[in-house]
Design a protein around this ligand. Structure first.
Ligand code: 5AD
Ligand code: SF4
Length: 441
């Protein structure tokens, strides 16, 4: 049987995929393989893919073609992740040099699949629903300060544009004890910030009979993490509860920051997207949230150019973004995903119009950031120092509890510490600060 000594892994897409790649890395290292960062040298190549937008898929397909030409020595090549779940064995048919396809819900089978490939088989494994067999504790963490912890996989929401319910399947919550134990291990291992991950964290526990809701889970996590910060991603506006808002207010570890995607500002488009809320209902949740947590930072995702979106409807999105004064946002041009309801509607907003709308919203985000920065001027923020600044070797950078990036003078001994920083300026999305010498508690 052929021997594999080294592997290369490339990750596309969201933080969930980044975490899955860390677990894959741990699984392969347990098997004795060594990670290398050169795709031209490795014996095994893994592409952990994303299907959310067309561009992400095209990048992987282009890469595969290019590597086939660059590697006549025929390494083992596998595709994992969302594109594997969606395209399944069709990928093996399309790419005769591809050895395996392993969906997001089958990653735990990786080692067996690699063995089958070494025995001469080509394998496609793509289960619809996640089982609890993935050994998260194998994750080989890339960062020594911040770590992600998966709490729920899949999504039951079925927004009409979104491939996730098809690629990741239905919601499966991870048992609370596993999550709490993992958080505790991370804190004992010196981590200073934990991000709880799920397509919709607010659905946590609904698929199980533990009678633990997301806010209860946060409460349990808060008891074991000490001064470690806790964040979470992503919240569907329909499911965010007042109990969760109060948990953000009351639990010291939980950062005052919510990723709360609006997607569109027009009720007609929201309905076509099957988002299950109107702009007015969204506004009510924002008001309630701000009432409970006045210093909350709100983030959003927006899709421009959804089928049939008119200029007026786009302008409603623009106005809504101004009104909700987002602190951060991710703006996407709509791209039809095969198999989703929206893909059956005409993709009638021209590419140039989508681009123009996208740029308009990106510049609005910049303006909102500048406004926020001017409000913060002179105030003091708690910053978790994450690394040296890439641009200046005498500066460090980190983030506030509200996820604002701050750069200030300091050396590498500060990395991993919490510092009180006075905000003295800003440039683009970054705040500039001066350190106070007493660290916060
Ligand atoms: N086209 C463009 N953006 C999309 N998103 C999801 N599906 C699509 C699509 N088909 C965006 C949504 C979601 C984010 C992760 O990606 O805004 O919140
Ligand atoms: Fe996709 Fe909607 Fe689920 Fe988010 S809530 S993953 S956008 S289906």
């Amino acid at each position: 049987m052929r021997q594999l000594r080294t592997f290369y892994i490339r990750t596309y897409g969201c933080q969930m995929n980044e975490l899955d790649s860390e677990v894959i890395t741990g699984m392969l290292e347990r098997r004795g393989l060594i990670e290398v960062d050169d795709e031209l040298q490795a014996d095994l190549l893994i592409f952990n893919t994303c299907s959310v937008r067309d561009l992400a898929e095209r990048k992987v397909l282009g890469k595969l073609g290019q590597l086939h030409r660059a590697r006549p020595d025929r390494p083992v090549i596998g595709i994992t992740g969302c594109m594997a779940s969606v395209k399944k064995e069709k990928l093996l048919e399309k790419f005769p040099f591809l050895d395996f396809v392993l969906g997001t819900n089958d990653i735990h089978l990786l080692s067996e699949v690699v063995t089958q490939v070494l025995q001469g088989q080509r394998v496609a494994q793509t289960a619809e629903t996640f089982s609890h067999e993935l050994e998260y504790d194998l994750a080989k963490r890339k960062d020594s300060i911040k770590a992600s912890v998966s709490i729920i996989r899949g999504c039951n929401k079925h927004c009409t544009y979104c491939i996730v319910p098809y690629s990741r399947g239905k919601e499966v919550s991870r048992p609370p004890k596993e999550i709490i134990d993992e958080c505790k291990r991370l804190v004992d291992g010196g981590y200073k910030e934990i991000t709880l991950l799920g397509q919709n964290v607010n659905s946590y526990g609904k698929d199980a009979d533990w009678n633990i809701h997301f806010h209860d889970l946060l409460g349990e996590i808060d008891k074991v993490v000490g001064h470690c910060r806790v964040r979470f991603l992503t919240s569907h506006p329909v499911d965010i509860t007042e109990n969760l808002m109060m948990a953000i207010r009351d639990l010291d570890s939980v950062c005052e920051c919510v990723h709360f995607p609006l997607q569109a500002g027009s009720n007609r488009i929201l309905q076509k997207m099957h988002r299950m809320y109107t702009k007015e209902e969204y506004r009510e949740k924002v008001h309630l949230l701000k009432m409970h947590v006045p210093d909350i930072a709100l983030g959003t995702d927006i899709i421009v150019g959804f089928p049939s979106e008119t200029e007026e409807e786009f302008l409603e999105t623009l106005t809504a973004m101004e009104e909700f004064a987002y602190s951060f946002g991710f703006i996407f041009a709509y791209s039809p995903r095969k198999g989703t309801p929206a893909s059956r509607w005409v993709d009638d907003v021209p590419k140039e119009v989508k681009e123009e709308r996208l740029h308009t919203l990106l510049s609005l985000l910049d303006q909102l950031s500048q406004k926020e920065a001017s409000h913060l001027m002179g105030s003091t923020c708690e910053v978790l120092v994450e690394s040296m600044s890439a641009k200046n070797e005498k500066m460090v950078k980190g983030r506030t509890r509200t996820w604002k990036q701050v750069v200030f003078k300091g050396d590498s001994s500060l990395i991993g510490t919490l510092q009180n920083v006075r905000i003295v300026g800003s440039s683009n999305q970054t705040l500039m600060g001066h350190m106070f010498h007493d660290p916060p508690l």
